[in-house]
Design a protein around this ligand. Structure first.
Ligand code: HEC
Length: 394
């Protein structure tokens, strides 16, 4: 496909994905906030079956929201459901993943330094991981393990670590991260589709029939919506992770992912408790300290590169020729790469001035993180990396 057309498709699908994702996560945050802020209603409302009451002001108007103990005696004419936010986020996310990582597998997903797999194999592994993980998750939630939500949570966390580790053995580092994100997003949307919406339908059907809904549905819905609450922030991190090679490109990328899931879940917990007027500042302090520790622990050391620098470099090496050969096929005003016809991220490295301006980022991506050239498409050698470090890195 013409790269210009792919770029536009990418832009449009990503735009839809971000907008629907905001709608989904926004609604989800709002309802958790709402649930946790409900107050004891006055007697006359309790008699109507209302158990929680809330007043809010927004956009120049007063709102009064009431939550029923179980269900209203009669259903209203118009009942709003929240499901298309989730479905459209998943569908657009799936198309975006397919466009970037499957159509563009050779650029983004397959890294010959990790594993020399074909495009078909890569797609097979990717789809297998996404749908396979969802089935395993579903089985775990129905298993006796689900009786202890803490234990189940621990099993799920370990599974995510294993998945990230396994995928990092076959995919490019960022492809592996993005697939973990796709797995989590699929589980979350699957929870809406397979559990939350069916349980709401059962509730509505029971009210229509004048009976009481099966409490087992409510329990299942509660379990998976708790999972969704704590998975929201990790999945947002993975969505933006491709900007941060210090995470996905690290030797222990899978462990970093687990750490970030724990940190973001802790941050979510802080807000969930705060909604209930339970202020636990030490939780937020824990988030900050853990983030600092993580940043410190994964900090790349440039000393290592320097220590192994050869005493003398091949005299034919020069910064300009290295950049021209290894980088400017993409990072140029007139790229020659068949996929990147416009300089990626606007980084143009055609002249010595350009190189000087971008020196710090060049070192960051070629020496420190070593994720450029992209999947080492232009076969940059280790000696060239050390040479750049020597000449530009000071
Ligand atoms: C095959 C194409 C390709 C080659 C070759 C390539 N890059 Fe990149 N580069 C990309 C893409 C795509 C991005 C944007 C995505 C990303 O940040 O991972 C990028 C992003 C960057 C960025 C980040 C810009 C920013 O601030 O967001 C830097 C710096 C960079 N490249 C430097 C280099 C250097 C230095 C080389 C040569 C050693 C190089 N690249 C070779 C494709 C390439």
């Amino acid at each position: 496909m013409d790269p210009y057309i792919t770029d536009w498709l990418n832009l449009i699908i990503r735009f839809i994905h971000v907008v629907t994702g905001i709608a989904w996560i926004g609604a989800s945050f709002y309802f958790i906030w709402l649930d946790n802020h409900l107050e004891n209603p006055p007697e006359w409302k309790k008699e109507k079956g209302i158990k929680g009451d809330l007043w809010a002001i927004h956009g120049g108007g007063f709102y009064e929201v009431a939550k029923y103990e179980l269900a209203p005696p009669v259903l209203p004419d118009i009942l709003h459901w929240f499901k298309w936010e989730a479905y459209s986020t998943w569908i657009s996310g799936f198309f975006l993943l397919a466009l970037m990582y499957y159509v563009g597998a050779e650029t983004y997903l397959i890294d010959p330094r990790v594993a020399n797999i074909s495009q078909a194999q890569a797609i097979g592994i990717g789809l297998g991981a996404i749908f396979g993980s969802w089935i395993i998750y579903d089985l775990l939630c129905r298993s006796p393990l689900a009786k202890s939500s803490l234990f189940l949570g621990l099993v799920l966390l370990i599974s995510v670590g294993l998945l990230a580790f396994g995928l990092s053995q076959v995919f490019s580092p960022r492809g592996a991260y993005m697939h973990v994100g796709a797995v989590i997003g699929t589980i979350m949307a699957g929870n809406v589709f397979r559990v939350i919406i069916p349980s709401q339908k059962a509730l509505v059907a029971a009210v229509e029939a004048g009976g009481r809904p099966d409490p087992a549905w409510a329990a299942k819905a509660k379990l998976v919506s708790t999972h969704n609450t704590y998975l929201t922030l990790p999945v947002i991190f993975i969505m933006i992770s491709s900007h941060y090679p210090m995470t996905y490109n690290h030797e222990f990328a899978w462990a970093i992912l687990i750490a970030i899931i724990l940190i973001t879940a802790l941050a979510r917990q802080y807000f969930v408790l705060r909604h209930k007027n339970n202020h636990q500042p030490f939780l937020m302090a824990g988030v900050i300290v853990a983030t600092l520790i993580l940043a410190y622990v994964i900090a790349p050391s440039r000393d290592k590169a320097e220590a192994t620098s050869p005493v003398s470099f091949d005299p034919s090496l020069s910064v300009e020729t290295i950049i021209k050969q290894r980088c400017a096929t993409c990072h140029s005003a007139t790229p020659t790469d068949e996929v990147f016809r416009i300089a990626p991220s606007g980084v143009i490295l055609d002249t010595p001035d350009d190189i000087e301006r971008w020196a710090a980022q060049i070192i960051a991506r070629t020496v420190v993180n070593k994720d450029m050239p992209m999947i080492n498409k232009t076969d940059m050698t280790d000696e060239e990396r050390l040479y750049l470090n020597e000449k530009l890195g000071k």
